[in-house]
Design a protein around this ligand. Structure first.
Ligand code: GLC
Length: 546
């Protein structure tokens, strides 16, 4: 198994949110030439593939997750020629470019939708999901959009409603239509032939929906469609595919990514994220951090996918808050806690995804006024929740804790005015802490966070036990420590981490005890886990038994 394992199991992934990564032309918006200028940073980190958030032509209602032409690039990001150059330059550094495939919906400005709304008998009408008004008038049913409000919008001209599970500018594509499916597969092959290394598939668990029955995620046609897609596009190509699936269960994950499934390489699921959300108010209401709950979910997935299937490992992405602010300490212990989180994540089984800026411990931003936010979801929910009586202050607290703009403030390259992100006016404010938190400063420190991530990527390539070893949790009910061991043949790695800013003393359980070599650590001087240990604030250590 280890010998024939696919390349993406040994790779470390890095997500780029192009709008906020690096701006080469001073318009305040990151772009593809900007990304190319930073490829050496990624190569130095040891990245195997980049998940590139959408760069396609788009009116940018949802920053590119609303595509108006799947075969072109948004002018603010560059041109197709820039894209070809990015693919080639990345490849020359051993890095694959994985495109974001957003095919649950398109933009309402896509030619297909423009045609579809012309008339009920337009040949593209059936590329989207149209329904008559309810018998008494109004929306066909009470399905709600993920961005708040009804999931149906009325089209005056043709007298029907269209479905949009996100914004009204993101009409859902009708996957029941074989012609639409064929058009998507052709487009995927067009990109694969251009040399992309695979796809990250946006909300892919929604494509098999049955909106009339109120079934949205994990619908009856999901897996048949994914198998068909695989056979029409991915089969026989050595690419990586990762499906965003908020609804995935551990059993479901095997349907997508099991050896016999013939669908995807792995799913990107959120059980460990969602366990930290308020049951009633979701992410908008901050909830105290619960390490025991977090560990329970991580363990459940590690164990369930031990023999088959494959995990995506991540703390953060462009929809989530900054890892160090959420799970670590973004003040006094920022650097050690960022390293602790990196060690804990990378030592688990799966492919780790680093979200841009995580490698320097970028933090949440603290906006003081709603006018500073840019994210469509945050702005929609602000309108809805304040109208429903949530105070502006409470909403702001929620948005600052869990809102998507936290991840979208510009990448902090250096201490200069706009953090080296742009010479112009950035589309969203740069975090003022860029004066101290930036790539240049971190690189200048041999003990920096970048160096820690680089080491972890190297270890994953070098150590089969880290990629393929089994996973045993320890101290599962301990509210402050996380502990687990990985084992493969005679090799063992033991991981112990303190998730608090206090010194914590603990008796090392028998199976976890080892002596050997610290292969990843954020404090010096520990080469064994034995007897009673005192873990310093946010200390993490991974010891390889020798
Ligand atoms: C996914 C994306 C998110 C986007 C949504 C609609 O969840 O990650 O950014 O808004 O899908 O495309």
């Amino acid at each position: 198994m280890t010998d024939h394992a696919p390349w993406w199991q040994a790779a470390t992934a890095y997500q780029i949110y192009p709008r906020s990564f690096c701006d080469s032309d001073g318009d305040g918006i990151g772009d593809i030439p900007g990304i190319i200028s930073k490829l050496d940073h990624l190569a130095d980190l040891g990245i195997g593939f980049v998940w590139l958030s959408p760069v396609y032509a788009s009116p940018m209602a949802d920053n590119g997750y609303d595509i108006s032409d799947y075969r072109d690039i948004a002018p603010e990001f560059g041109t197709l020629a820039d894209m070809d150059r990015l693919i080639a330059e990345a490849k020359a550094r051993g890095i694959g470019i994985v495109m974001d495939l957003v095919v649950n919906h398109s933009s309402d400005e896509h030619e297909w939708f423009r045609q579809a709304r012309e008339s009920r008998d337009n040949p593209y009408r059936d590329y989207y999901v149209w329904r008559d008004p309810a018998p008494g008038g109004g929306a066909p049913n009470d399905l709600q959009s993920n961005f708040g409000g009804p999931a149906w919008s009325y089209d005056e001209r043709t007298g029907q409603y269209y479905l949009h599970l996100f914004d009204r500018k993101q009409p859902d594509l009708n996957w029941q239509n074989p012609e639409l499916r064929r058009a998507i597969y052709d487009m995927m092959n067009w990109w694969l032939d251009r040399g992309v290394a695979g796809f990250r598939m946006d909300v892919i668990d929604l494509i098999g929906k049955d909106p009339d029955a109120g079934i949205i995620a994990d619908g009856p046609d999901l897996h048949p469609f994914l198998r068909e897609m695989h056979d029409a596009t991915l089969k026989g190509r050595d690419v990586v595919t990762v499906g965003e699936a908020w609804s995935a269960t551990t059993e479901g994950a095997l349907k997508y990514s099991g050896r016999e499934a013939g669908e995807l390489s792995m799913v990107f699921q959120f059980a460990h994220i969602v366990q930290g959300w308020d049951e009633k108010h979701g992410k908008w209401k901050p909830k105290p951090f619960d390490l025991v709950g977090l560990k329970r979910v991580l363990t459940e997935w590690q164990v369930a996918l031990a023999q088959d299937g494959w995990n995506s490992l991540f703390w953060s992405n462009h929809d989530l808050p900054r890892a160090v602010s959420k799970y670590g300490d973004d003040g006094r212990f920022r650097v050690v806690s960022a390293k602790m989180l990196a060690t804990v994540l990378h030592m688990m089984k799966g492919t780790p995804y680093i979200y841009q800026g995580e490698e320097i411990g970028m933090t949440n931003i603290r906006f003081t006024d709603i006018s500073q936010f840019r994210d469509i979801e945050t702005l929609n929910f602000h309108r809805i929740q304040t109208a429903a009586g949530v105070t502006p202050g409470d909403f702001l607290a929620g948005a600052n804790s869990n809102g998507r703009d936290n991840a979208r403030t510009p990448m902090q390259w250096d201490a200069s005015d706009q953090a080296g992100f742009t010479t112009g006016e950035p589309w969203i404010e740069v975090n003022p802490n860029h004066a101290t938190i930036n790539v240049a400063a971190d690189r200048a420190d041999p003990d920096g966070i970048i160096a820690h991530y680089r080491e972890l990527a190297g270890l994953r390539r070098a150590l089969p036990v880290m990629r393929h070893g089994d996973y045993t949790p320890y101290l599962e009910d301990h509210p402050k420590l996380m502990a687990y061991a990985r084992r493969l043949d005679d090799a063992q790695i033991s991981v112990l981490a303190n998730f608090t800013g206090e010194t914590v003393s603990a008796d090392v359980p028998e199976g976890l005890a080892v002596s050997g070599r610290a292969i990843s650590a954020n404090y010096p001087g520990r080469d064994a886990l034995k007897g009673t240990v005192e873990l310093r604030p946010y200390e993490a250590v991974a010891i390889l038994a020798e």
